[in-house]
Write a protein that binds this ligand. Structure first.
Ligand SMILES: O=C(O)C1=C[C@@H](OP(=O)(O)O)[C@@H](O)[C@H](O)C1
Ligand SMILES: C=C(OP(=O)(O)O)C(=O)O
Length: 469
């Protein structure tokens, strides 16, 4: 890395952060794409409250919009992805109050058939969840026309996985690449219920089908190859939908249409996918001791805890409780020795977004870790297998990439390097965790990507470093 650039970047960081502190990072807005200098070494101590769960936030907005009456959401994630969902809903005439950190958000339900035809293209930004769930929501709006698009990353992500099952129900969705890529055009049609076997365990596909099923004629059954996160099922039930879940491992979901959904009070727990960065940072950083408060512990999301336990990480769950239909707890993690892991199969959907940061943990474990059956990572915001292999590789990580996963050699001493989030929020935050244990300084390009799911990440990192002294 050119040394001069590192110094220039540090000076820039100091000029916006509080002065004279080597741990001061800068809270980046989407508009600010200056690279960020991350010093290696030091430790992390303290308590952190991660922002609201992204999956639950999207669903609270969407289900609130199609319900009758008001939905009041506490703890909604004020990040770019849920803001995209809210903006699409507002463009169709749904009243969503301003989304600000710490403030409850209200949605005035338009009812199942209440959306106006939007006067312009619906922009889903960087959010796959917004686009896929929106397709399910809009497919049955008879006689109305919708066009959905997104940023460069989202326009390259596969959408036929939703378009094809919806077509089985009678939907008419067109797009580039034979309907696979946005911009996508939806011409609302009457839908019929049916039985659909999904080829991938994806909560986005399942939820899109369930949303379409609400306006279909007759029941719809979705059968998944393995269970994906079940926030839609839980929340649809609490809004009054008639829904049954069964089959081996809860892989069969049937929705019977005809019920009126009623606005609810929703409390969104902290996002375990955001907590994962602190869990791994706490486990791998010498001297670290971190408590993450109020984290959602839905069993369809807690794969990360199982893997960290398998690695021998010192993690305890405190204060287990139930909040508005979702299990919640506080997580405490301390640094300690780690063993390699071997993961695949049905565990993958339960930790799919945590694999980039698990790759960082694997660099610090004893032995060779293996990730299998994770080809889905290739169609996220970036190809996360390739990007993590490339970026962690630049820091000295010894990673071999396969079509469906990777192996990661443990006991690797990472070194500071010039790295790039490649615009992926989970990559940006995973590389920040790696930078903390690296020898020397790391220069991270495009750190602002973190704002897609965790706008306060850089502030929380600064605080945990400062509290460590
Ligand atoms: O339904 C959701 O809220 C999500 C489901 C997952 O995607 P897939 O359903 O495509 O696996 C996950 O990666 C994404 O961050 C959020
Ligand atoms: C894959 C993700 O989100 P989405 O699919 O909604 O863009 C993610 O948040 O890691």
């Amino acid at each position: 890395m050119p040394l001069a650039r590192l110094w220039i970047s540090r000076a820039a960081a100091r000029s916006i952060g509080s002065a004279n502190c080597r741990h001061c990072f800068v809270a980046h807005s989407a508009a600010n794409s200056a690279p960020l200098s991350l010093p290696g070494g030091g430790t992390l101590v303290g308590t952190v409250q991660v922002p609201g769960d992204k999956s639950i936030s999207h669903r609270a907005l969407l289900f609130g919009a199609i319900a009758e009456g008001e939905t009041r959401i506490e703890g909604l994630l004020p990040a770019e992805d849920p803001l995209s969902t809210a903006a699409c809903l507002r463009a169709m005439g749904v009243e969503v109050s301003p989304i600000q950190a710490g403030q409850p958000v209200t949605v005035q339900g338009a009812g199942l058939d209440g959306f106006q035809e939007p006067g312009d293209v619906l922009d889903c930004g960087n959010s796959g969840t917004t686009m896929r769930l929106m397709l399910g929501l809009l497919a049955g709006r008879v006689g109305r026309h919708f066009v959905l698009t997104g940023d460069g990353s989202l326009r390259g992500r596969p959408m036929r996985r939703v378009g094809a099952p919806l077509a089985q129900m009678g939907a008419q969705i067109g797009g580039r690449g034979d309907g696979n890529f946005a911009p996508l055009a939806v011409q609302g049609q009457p839908l019929r219920g049916t039985t659909i076997h999904t080829p991938v365990a994806s909560a986005q596909v399942k939820s899109a089908i369930l949303l379409a099923a609400l306006t279909a004629e007759g029941p719809t059954t979705v059968i998944e190859p393995a269970q994906s996160r079940d926030h839609s099922e839980r929340m649809l039930r609490s809004f009054g939908a008639e829904l049954s879940v069964g089959g081996a491992g809860n892989t069969v979901v049937t929705l019977i249409p005809g019920q009126t959904l009623r606005g609810q009070a929703v409390v969104v727990p902290g996002d375990i996918s955001s907590a994962a960065f602190w869990l791994v940072a706490g486990a791998i950083t010498p001297g670290a001791e971190i408590t993450v408060q109020n984290v959602g512990l839905n069993p369809s999301r807690t794969g990360i805890l199982e893997v960290l336990e398998q690695m021998g990480a010192q993690i305890s769950v405190l204060n287990r409780r139930d909040v508005a239909g979702e299990p919640v707890g506080d997580l405490r993690v301390c640094h300690g020795p780690l063993q390699a892991f071997d993961i695949g199969g049905e565990l993958i959907p339960r930790l799919v977004d945590e694999i980039p940061v698990l790759a960082v943990a694997a660099c610090c474990a004893e032995g060779i870790s293996r990730i299998r059956d994770a080809e889905e990572l290739r169609v996220k915001e970036t190809d996360r297998l390739a990007v993590m292999a490339r970026q962690l590789g630049a820091m000295g990580g010894r990673i071999e990439e396969f079509a469906d996963g990777m192996t990661i050699n443990g006991c690797t001493e990472l070194h500071g390097a010039e790295v790039d989030s490649e615009t992926d929020h989970r990559v940006a935050m995973s590389l920040a965790v790696a930078a903390g244990i690296a020898r020397g300084d790391t220069l991270l390009h495009r750190p602002e990507a973190a704002a897609v799911s965790y706008p306060g990440f850089w502030d929380d990192l600064t605080r945990l470093k400062q509290q460590a002294g």
